[in-house]
Design a protein around this ligand. Structure first.
Ligand SMILES: Cc1cc2nc3c(=O)[nH]c(=O)nc-3n(C[C@H](O)[C@H](O)[C@H](O)COP(=O)(O)OP(=O)(O)OC[C@H]3O[C@@H](n4cnc5c(N)ncnc54)[C@H](O)[C@@H]3O)c2cc1C
Length: 261
């Protein structure tokens, strides 16, 4: 680990100011990814600003349009909240293990945009909106590449708003060790149409447009029978080949549609 200056922020404004004053600063949520990254010397920030004391970044608010979840809300709190729709609760409940869910945050997961993370599929699948200290960003525009997002320097996620869906569900084939998604598929019937988001299969969460068309015409697992996902460009590693992941996309999509009903 390289040396850095450590700050605790008392409010969002305080965090923005401390980040702005730093030469090359970064924020920390639960530190679950950031700390290992620092320990492995993969990043060398001049300053780390801890967001964990900022009350305004925590909590869950539901209304008739959907639910807004603060960036610093931990996975365990989302998983047990009766204000959160079942499909989203299931996503949070399936992340890692109890320790991971008790430290990991929605904002940290979304900002990190790990290609195998679960929340990005839920955000893209439901057409969520990410609110930062500067603007609102549609999920469709947010996840720009592997570990890359539309966030700019000094931008902090405040919350994510998930619109209500008519039907929605998530199915994932978890890595047996980490529980990250070897492949995960979130399907939803929303007011603006059917959305299918795939995580784990490639370098970045993405929508499966051919599946969306098929499910728009016929919302059933059988509607996906004729669709085979090309393996070119998909991840291939010790956990599974690109061909295996391609196969899993269709299997997980069918399971998700069946679960959504
Ligand atoms: C053993 C293990 C198993 C895991 N399994 C899974 C799994 O099955 N599925 C899954 O989806 N995830 C999994 N995770 C990831 C975990 O759930 C966390 O979401 C992830 O590590 C981010 O952690 P964090 O919230 O503590 O953020 P941090 O590590 O503190 O931050 C991560 C990154 O996000 C940035 N950041 C944090 N908050 C904000 C904010 N509000 N605004 C802007 N930038 C911000 C930080 O600067 C940093 O770059 C696993 C992690 C571990 C360690």
């Amino acid at each position: 680990m390289y040396n850095f200056n450590f700050h605790t922020a008392s409010s969002l404004d305080d965090a923005v100011a401390k980040l702005g004053a730093a030469e090359d600063g970064t924020v920390m949520a639960g530190g679950q990814t950031l700390i290992p990254v620092l320990k492995q010397r993969l990043a060398k920030p001049s300053d780390v600003v801890d967001l964990s004391g900022i009350g305004e970044l925590k909590g869950i608010t539901a209304n008739s349009d959907g639910v807004t979840i603060g960036a610093m809300t931990r996975h365990a709190d989302v998983a047990k909240s009766s204000d959160v729709p079942a499909a989203l609760r299931a996503v949070a409940e399936g992340i890692g293990d109890a320790q991971v869910r008790n430290r990991g945050t929605l904002g940290g997961s979304v900002a990190n945009n790990d290609p195998a993370a679960d929340y990005p599929a839920a955000l893209l699948g439901l057409g969520a909106t990410i609110t930062t200290n500067q603007r609102d960003i549609a999920a469709d525009d947010f996840f720009t590449g592997m570990f890359d997002t539309a966030l700019t320097d000094g931008e902090i996620i405040k919350s994510v708003t998930f619109p209500n869906a008519i039907k929605a569900a998530y199915a994932k084939f978890p890595n047996p060790a980490s529980r990250y998604a070897l492949v995960g598929v979130f399907v939803a019937q929303t007011a603006s149409g059917v959305r299918v988001a795939v995580t784990g299969a490639s370098g970045c969460v993405h929508r499966a447009t051919e599946m969306e068309k098929a499910l728009s015409a016929n919302w059933s697992a059988a509607a996906l029978d004729g669709i085979s996902i090309p393996s070119s460009g998909l991840n291939s590693d010790i956990h599974g080949s690109a061909e295996y992941r391609a196969h899993l996309v269709t299997v997980m999509a069918k399971r998700a549609v069946a679960a959504a009903g």
